[in-house]
Design a protein around this ligand. Structure first.
Ligand code: FAD
Ligand code: 2HG
Ligand code: ZN
Length: 493
């Protein structure tokens, strides 16, 4: 059991009782309710997966989980919870990494997994309207034959929901090319904390009719309402995609390499991802992707994965090959070598190394995850400084911290600093916090680039938001949710 150094948030809400479950079973079929209470009486072990987060770090104690199938059902459940002052935790694929999608205490869990229908797709405009519970990968599979792709992609694609993506404003591997969800989400349908259905499921590209309310829900992490439908602009599928893993002798080369890759590849560069040597070794150790040849990794301090997506295979390949040649033939080469994918299978295998790091880390141990925005040039310094700090605190040894690694989205200035330990302990957490947050503040960075605040970082919000901003956030929260039933204890300290 992890004891968080900051105590659990304090809120006064009612527990679910048998009358509540009785009422819920009038709204939903019994098969859509899991509850340890009568008249449902499920075994508590069946509720475990909904109470436990992806990292097995955060544990709730909900006795009731509901899986509504329609917006109307969500609305009726929420209306009841609002009247009864019962906390509600919206849950998508439960892949969040900041403890936002599981209850703090015994709030009900409203899992959107049964709301998974595509509502419409227009192949001309590329606008897709879908239930919030659609799995990201299923949406990509649906779009593929229609020559479109989702504007976001992430390692959790096989489980995360589009509603969860919107609720966390997930970034991922395509942000460099397609921008953030604040740009590609065109409309939302949301059940507000009193059960009212807010229909803003617009399919318009342009709509300047006053405040853009949907933006508030993008990244609100379930604290302002439950997203039930999403309208999103998808992108035309590129005719040609290529990728290459570049092995670099020194981290110092990442920045000039990024500059050069942008210059030469220009409009076809669609990803530029960073992997430090320890992260790469862990991915390989735990079988993510296919390892590069010994010779290719020898002497590499870090790696960069570059992807191109464009409209003309010959043109794109010529550009990528041209970049590789110029890099290798330079007087002082920025790279040792580059491994270019030669087939769709190799393309996926190269990506799997990068996408599989989170999975590899979870196999290696327990991860303390810091998802930070800092200037690109300081990525290595932050990883090294953190490692040295942990050494000085005496927690970098067998039985405590095993590895300090860095990887992430260079193109977006987003470093994933992961501290991989044998176990979650108070001693390690005390060594890491507030140290890491103070380091981020020193660079005027963000304590959460893309994963959100959840439960993990409420006490650190002030490092990235000033008092005026937090006060405004609180006022928005109480406007939408005066009784504080919606995902209590999350985001706001
Ligand atoms: P959940 O984990 O279920 O919920 C996350 C938050 O959103 C919670 O606060 C929850 O209350 C809220 N929420 C969920 N659904 C709704 C809804 N319908 N309405 C209102 N609130 C809702 N994140 C990135 O940004 N980029 C990455 O590259 C990335 N890669 C990942 C790779 C792996 C292997 C894993 C495990 C996670 C990764 N994540 C990444 C983190 C995670 O934020 C995303 O996976 C995803 O956006 C979460 O979606 P979900 O459906 O699992 O949401
Ligand atoms: C990624 O970019 C994800 O791979 C997960 O955002 C990062 O696990 C992490 O820390
Ligand atoms: Zn990421």
């Amino acid at each position: 059991v992890v004891r968080l150094s900051h105590s659990l948030p304090d809120f006064q809400l009612n527990s679910v009782n048998e009358q509540d479950v009785e009422h819920f079973s009038k709204i939903l079929p019994k098969t859509s309710i899991l509850s340890t209470l009568a008249p449902i009486s499920t075994e508590s072990s069946e509720l475990e997966p909904y109470n436990t987060d992806w990292m097995n770090k955060y544990h709730g104690k909900s006795n009731t989980v509901m899986r509504p199938r329609t917006t109307q059902e969500v609305s009726e459940i929420v209306k009841w919870c609002h009247e009864r002052r019962i906390g509600v935790v919206p849950q998508g694929g439960n892949t969040g990494l900041v403890g936002g999608g599981v209850p703090v205490r015994d709030e009900v869990v409203l899992n959107l997994g049964s709301m998974n229908k595509i509502r419409s797709f227009d192949p001309v405009s590329g606008i897709l309207v879908a239930d919030a519970g659609c799995i990201l990968e299923s949406l990509s599979e649906y779009l593929a034959p229609q020559n479109h792709i989702m504007p976001l992609d992430l390692g959790a694609k096989g489980s995360c929901h589009i509603g969860g993506n919107v609720a966390t404003n997930a970034g991922g591997l395509r942000l460099l090319r397609y921008g953030s969800l604040h740009g590609s989400v065109l409309g939302l349908e949301v059940v507000l904390p009193d059960g009212t259905i807010l229909d803003q499921l617009s399919v318009l590209r342009k709509d300047n009719t006053g405040y853009d309310l949907k933006q508030l829900f993008i990244g609100s992490e379930g604290t302002l309402g439950i997203i039930t439908g999403v309208s999103i602009l998808t992108a035309p599928a590129p005719n040609s995609s290529n990728n290459v893993i570049l092995a670099l002798p020194s981290f110092d080369n990442v920045k000039p390499l990024f500059k050069e890759a942008k210059r030469q590849l220009s409009e076809i560069m669609s990803a530029f991802e960073f992997i430090d040597r320890t992260a790469y070794d862990l991915a390989v150790k735990h079988g993510q992707g296919r390892a590069l040849n010994e010779g290719d990794v020898e002497g590499a301090e870090c790696f960069v994965l570059v992807e191109t997506s464009g409209g003309n295979r010959e043109h794109d390949e010529a550009k990528l090959n041209g970049l590789l040649e110029s890099l290798l033939e330079a007087d002082q080469p920025l790279i040792n070598t580059g491994v270019l994918s030669q087939s769709p299978a190799q393309f996926s295998q190269l990506w799997a190394i990068r996408e599989g790091i989170t999975e590899a880390v979870s196999k290696e141990g327990k991860a303390y995850k810091y998802d930070i925005s800092i200037p690109l040039g300081s990525f290595k310094e932050v990883v090294d400084t953190t490692r040295e700090h942990l050494r000085s605190k005496g927690v970098l040894h067998d039985g405590a911290v095993k590895h300090v690694i860095g990887y992430g989205h260079v193109g977006d200035g987003n470093l994933h600093l992961n501290i991989v330990a044998e176990a979650y302990t108070q001693e390690i957490e005390d060594a890491l916090e507030p140290f890491v947050y103070e380091l981020v503040a020193k660079y005027k960075g963000s304590v959460s680039a893309e994963h959100g605040i959840g439960l993990m970082k409420t006490h650190a919000l002030h490092y990235s938001k000033n008092a005026t901003s937090i006060d405004l956030m609180r006022r928005i929260k109480s406007l939408f949710d005066p009784h504080g039933i919606m995902n209590p204890g999350k985001v706001l300290p």
